[in-house]
Each structure stands twice: as structure tokens, then as C-alpha cells.
Design a protein around this ligand. Structure first.
Ligand code: NDP
Length: 300
């Protein structure tokens, strides 16, 4: 029985960060500009704290400036909007990321809508969503962009391949579907109302799972030789590691998939590490565009 190749997102992300460092240095040398990323955290959700710390560390490691804004859980929407306005006007800030989820008194849509689309490095603003849909040049959401990099690295030309995206969220599923369409795939978008999901999946050369349900996609749902990108991050009990211990699993039953797929991303170590690396890449692209430099000219 053949065994799927494991797509090493951690190694790919490390190479991407090296390339970003080199391009940041060239931007500084040629234009005297250091890209800056502002990350805003409201409240003290422990998972968000970890993400924000990692983002800030990796931002500094590639030679960019990191600005962290930590606000109390009871911050009002008006206070947060005032901070976003200040960051929009700050010439040292080229990318703005407001860590989600936000406390319930704050409308996420209002905050995302207030970010200058040129600085919206998460790519969640309706202007950027619209540009992605219409084939324009906006900011592309980080996680789907990271998935596309892994797919292109593995498969090269994706033209004509059948792809299924399981999940239709605004941050992963929908932008992923549009990116695959842009690469000339034939795209199916599945969700909780899809009938016979297993049969839909079995037709796909590329399967992207972004559901948030541990190991929902079984091995016999996968077309032999397909490329599987598992976006899901689910924490499940792991009694084998000791009482009360947990481990991370994806949306795909990994061991079953290994026996069928051509290649698959593991969880952890697949899509996850790509997300922060593409955020940094988006920040560099945003900085270049804001001073009228073509980001492609920085590639060595
Ligand atoms: P959402 O909860 O916003 O969306 C989940 C999607 O899955 C929905 O479209 C939902 O359908 C669909 N769904 C739920 N149950 C089923 C089912 N039984 N069958 C088919 N479809 C189903 O999640 P996100 O898109 O934000 O995240 C998805 C996963 O990816 C999560 O595990 C999250 O932690 C992870 N993630 C990982 C990132 C990374 O960096 N690796 C970044 C972002 C997310 P419907 O619309 O009908 O409700």
C-alpha cells in the first residue's frame, strides 16, 4: 500500500520567513522603509494571547517593526474604533490586525470595516473580499493564501483539477474557493447542509477541510492520490498522555487518509505555521504598495 507524502508546512513557512527577511532588508536598503505591523488584542483570551505573542516575535525576527496594543476586556467599540483610526493614519504602521474574536459589546464587522483596506493584512475588509472575488489586487486572507502556496508547491499548475472546500466561512472557506477558482480549478464548496458529503469529497483531486470537527473526514471519503489540506485545529482528550491531557487533531482522520491520499498536511505542523508567515508576507506587500514599490522587485 502506498503512503501519502506529508506536506511539511513548518519547513515551508521557515523558508518563506527567510525570504521575507531578505526582502525586508532590500526594501530598507533601497527605500529606507521598515514595514510595521500593529496587532490589537482586546481582553485576555489565553489562545489569542499566544497567537499575538507569536505574531509579534516572528514580526521582529524578519526585521519588521511590531506594535502591540493590549486593551481591557471592557473596552468600548468607540475606543477600539478610535485606536484603529489612529493606526490608519500612522505612517509607521503598514499592516493592522485586530485579533478575533472580540468581546460581545464590539461589532467585529464595524471594526474590520474601519480598517484602511490598504492596511488590512488579514484581508477581511469587504473591499479586499470584493477584489479577491473579481480578480483584483487586494490583500488575500492569510490562511487560504498559505494553503494555496502549499498546493502550488506540491502540484504546480492546478488548471482543471477538481477541488472541494469543506467549510464556507468568510475567513477560510470562501476565500479558499475563490483562490482555487483563480487557479482554474473546478470548485465545489460544501457545508453543513451538503447532501452526501462523502461522495462529493471522493470526486476531488484537491480536498481542503476547514470545518472545525475533529477527524470528520474519513479515509474512504478521499479520492486515491488526492492532495489533502487540513485547516482544522481541534483539541481532543488524550488519556494516553496522562489524565486531563489533550492533543491537536485536524478535520481529517490523518492515519486513514495517509493510506489513500497522495499528499496531506499534518496537524500540527501543516497549515498552522503558514498562517503567520503569510501574514508577514502580506505586511511586506502592503508596505511596498503604500510607497508605490512593486513587491516583485524585491525578490532576489
Ligand atoms: P467556522 O466555524 O466559521 O466555519 C465552519 C464551516 O464548517 C461552516 O461553513 C460550516 O457550515 C461547516 N460545517 C460545520 N459542520 C459541518 C458538517 N458536519 N459538514 C460539513 N460542513 C460543516 O470555522 P472557520 O472557517 O473559522 O475554521 C475552520 C477550522 O479551521 C477550525 O478548526 C479552525 O480552528 C481552523 N482554523 C485554522 C487556522 C490555521 O491557521 N490553521 C486559521 C483559521 C481557522 P455552515 O456554514 O453550513 O454552518
Amino acid at each position: 500500500m502506498t503512503k501519502a507524502d506529508i506536506i511539511d508546512g513548518k519547513a515551508f513557512a521557515a523558508r518563506l520567513r527567510e525570504s521575507i527577511s531578505a526582502r525586508v532588508a532590500r526594501l530598507e536598503a533601497a527605500h529606507g522603509l521598515t514595514p510595521g505591523l500593529a496587532v490589537v488584542l482586546v481582553g485576555n483570551d489565553p489562545a489569542s494571547e499566544v497567537y499575538v505573542r507569536n505574531k509579534a516575535r516572528q514580526t521582529r525576527e524578519v526585521g519588521m517593526a511590531s506594535f502591540e496594543h493590549r486593551l481591557a476586556a471592557e473596552t468600548s467599540e468607540a475606543e477600539l474604533l478610535a485606536l484603529v483610526e489612529r493606526l490608519n493614519r500612522d505612517p509607521a504602521v503598514h499592516g493592522i490586525l485586530v485579533q478575533l474574536p472580540l468581546p460581545e459589546q464590539i461589532s467585529e464587522a464595524a471594526v474590520i470595516g474601519a480598517i484602511d483596506p490598504a492596511k488590512d493584512v488579514d484581508g477581511f475588509h469587504v473591499v479586499n473580499a470584493g477584489l479577491l472575488m473579481t480578480g483584483g489586487e487586494g490583500m488575500v486572507p492569510c490562511t487560504p493564501r498559505g494553503c494555496m502556496m502549499l498546493l502550488r508547491d506540491r502540484l504546480g499548475d492546478l488548471s482543471g483539477l477538481r477541488a472541494i472546500v469543506v467549510g464556507r466561512s468568510n475567513i477560510v472557506g470562501k476565500p479558499m474557493a475563490h483562490l482555487l477558482l483563480r487557479e482554474h480549478c473546478t470548485v465545489t464548496v460544501a457545508h453543513s447542509r451538503t447532501r452526501d458529503l462523502a461522495a462529493e469529497c471522493r470526486r476531488a483531486d484537491i480536498l481542503v477541510a476547514a470545518v472545525g470537527r475533529p477527524e470528520m473526514i474519513r479515509g474512504d471519503w478521499i479520492k486515491p492520490g488526492a492532495t489533502v489540506i487540513d485547516v482544522g485545529i481541534n483539541r481532543v482528550p488524550a488519556p494516553e498522555k496522562g489524565e486531563g491531557k489533550t492533543r491537536l487533531v485536524g478535520d481529517v482522520a490523518f492515519d486513514e487518509a495517509l493510506a489513500v491520499a497522495g499528499a496531506i498536511t499534518p496537524v500540527p505542523g501543516g497549515v498552522g505555521p503558514m498562517t503567520i508567515a503569510t501574514l508577514l508576507d502580506n505586511t511586506l506587500i502592503a508596505a511596498c504598495r503604500q510607497i508605490g514599490v512593486d513587491p516583485a522587485t524585491l525578490s532576489g
